[in-house]
Design a protein around this ligand. Structure first.
Ligand code: MSP
Length: 501
């Protein structure tokens, strides 16, 4: 059985989940759902990043211990993902024992390989990024990401000798030219490596909120070293080596463009040092912007996904973030945008198709959905939609996948408009048109299921089919012709009641 393993970033628990977190997680979930439909053995990992100065400071500000603080926020992520219908197989918290064991094993492996050495660090640190910056990288003396003042740090640290990995990384990427999607991000990574890599600090002496280094417990691991390791500790590295060998290397790390250097430069080098293969791929998304700014707690422009769900439903929200932004590019989040998408693609196209099919079947076919024909003009259109939708999900192009699926919705609506079955007398002709339309709609519900898990399941039920779409194992070459006919079709309430701004 083909395996498909994917990860999302693990989210800092200094803030509750916002739209930007939800975006990356929904993309990873939808792609994973597509792979499950194909019958792959899927594993999707997500979790929370709970160590480091940023969390320590957030806890201090509330006068609670960092553990109590993390314990209060991590469930908000778990609840949000449940609400958003995320089908992760594991949720790792970096304060778990299994994680600490694996992080220490990884640190020790890099140390034993001679790639970690003690040195004195002098320079600027941004707590919001949990990252070190050289003076050249600062913008007007401030953090280039957050535009907030950095802190001067001078302390004895252990360093990971990243500078030794330039050639190995370049060689690895030359051997794996498709590893980073979209491709232009690969060029960015290569370009960055070619400018010369600096060693980076992997420990903090002045902080206690972290995992102690196995050979020097007066230091805790730098939060990024700790965080990146989640991808292997969750799979069993250090605690269940057999399970780890089954799952690693993963197919994709889904990440945002802001954390590409950590993931595509530091992380593979750390793995190489420890004698572990790098992941097979990275899928790098852009940012969702509000008024041209990245949504973040620091910028104070966060949108709570749960508020949007109340208005547009889980599927309305999922659809918008998947369909409206080309994965890899930045997208602009606006209320106008989500309302427009909802009304046109969901209410007018999909919702309308399902409703008009049910109405005609009720009036002209005695409420029983007829079988599809073998030579419908929709057969070819459906085959193209299936092929293109599948290829796009496989290539992590959600908006393209949905566009291909919506082509079939459009063609089926046009098919009905051309034949006007609502004007026909009950009989063979109307049965043929409606059987074909039902079959096209059945295929649409499967193709759109990764994006719209709840509403597609509802349509499935309304056209008289049983079981869960997500339990199907489809063959993309032989989709047409499986609507059994004779099923009770019901109209039900509108699935996507139109919204006004
Ligand atoms: N904890 C680190 C990641 C460690 S992974 C080993 C971290 N956490 S975060 O909570 O700040 O953000 C994680 C990710 O959420 C970002 O890298 C990005 O993928 C996503 N997003 C956060 N804000 C975003 C937008 N406004 N738009 C799109 N995605 C963004 O960084």
């Amino acid at each position: 059985m083909t395996k498909f393993s994917a990860t999302t970033p693990i989210y800092y628990v200094n803030a509750k989940p916002h739209l930007g977190h939800a975006y990356t997680t929904i993309v990873a979930d939808a792609v994973s759902r597509w792979h499950r439909l194909l019958g792959d053995d899927v594993h999707l990992l997500t979790g929370t990043d709970e160590h480091g100065l940023k969390i320590q400071q957030a806890a201090d500000a509330q006068g609670v211990s960092p553990q109590a603080f993390a314990d209060s926020i991590a469930p908000l992520f778990q609840q949000a993902w449940q609400r958003l219908n995320i089908t992760h197989d594991d949720f790792i918290r970096t304060t778990e024992k299994r994680h600490a064991v694996g992080v220490q094993k990884l640190l020790q492996a890099c140390y034993d390989a001679g790639d970690i050495e003690s040195d004195v660090y002098k320079g600027q640190y941004c707590v919001a990024c949990e990252a070190y910056f050289t003076d050249d990288e600062l913008v007007e003396g401030k953090c280039p990401i957050h535009r907030t003042p950095t802190t001067f740090v001078e302390e004895e640290n252990y360093f990971f000798r990243l500078s030794r990995f330039e050639d190995r990384l370049l060689q690895w990427y030359a051997d794996h030219p498709q590893a980073i999607t979209p491709g232009f991000r690969m060029n960015e990574v290569i370009g960055f490596i070619k400018t010369g890599l600096h060693d980076f600090s992997i420990s903090r002496k002045t902080l206690t909120w972290g995992i102690p280094l196995p050979w020097d417990s007066s230091h805790v691991a730098y939060v990024w070293f700790d965080a990146l390791a989640n991808y292997i500790t969750a799979l069993g590295y250090g605690t269940d080596d057999a399970a780890f060998a089954q799952r690693w290397p993963v197919d994709y790390h889904f990440i945002g463009k802001d954390i590409i250097r950590f993931h595509c430069v530091y992380w593979p080098a750390m793995l190489m040092s420890a004698g572990i293969e790098p992941p097979k791929g990275w899928a790098v998304g852009g940012w969702l912007l509000t008024d041209g700014e990245k949504m973040s707690k620091t910028a104070g422009n966060v949108v709570d996904p749960l508020d949007l769900i109340d208005v547009f439903g889980v599927d309305g929200f999922r659809y918008y973030v998947l369909a409206d932004t080309t994965y890899g590019n930045d997208g602009d989040f606006t209320l106008e945008g989500i309302t427009k998408r909802f009304n046109s693609d969901l209410a007018n196209n999909l919702g309308n198709l399902a409703a008009r099919i049910a109405t005609v079947v009720e009036k002209k076919c005695g409420g029983l959905g007829p079988k599809p024909s073998a030579n419908s003009p929709l057969t070819e259109i459906a085959a193209t939609a299936v092929r293109e939708t599948s290829a796009a999900w496989m290539a992590v192009q959600p908006s393209k996948a949905l566009e291909a699926t919506w082509q079939l919705i459009g063609a089926t609506n046009s098919h009905l408009e051309n034949h006007e079955p609502w004007k026909m007398e009950p009989g063979e002709a109307v049965e043929t048109v409606m059987g074909d339309a039902l079959e096209a709609l059945r295929i649409v519900t499967i193709l759109a299921n990764p994006a719209l898990p709840t509403t597609t399941q509802e349509i499935w039920k309304r056209i008289g089919l049983s079981g869960d779409i997500s339990d199907l194992r489809i063959d993309t070459d032989t989709m047409w012709g499986q609507y059994p006919g004779g099923c009770a079709v019901v109209k039900g309430e509108p699935l996507f009641p139109r919204k006004t701004l």
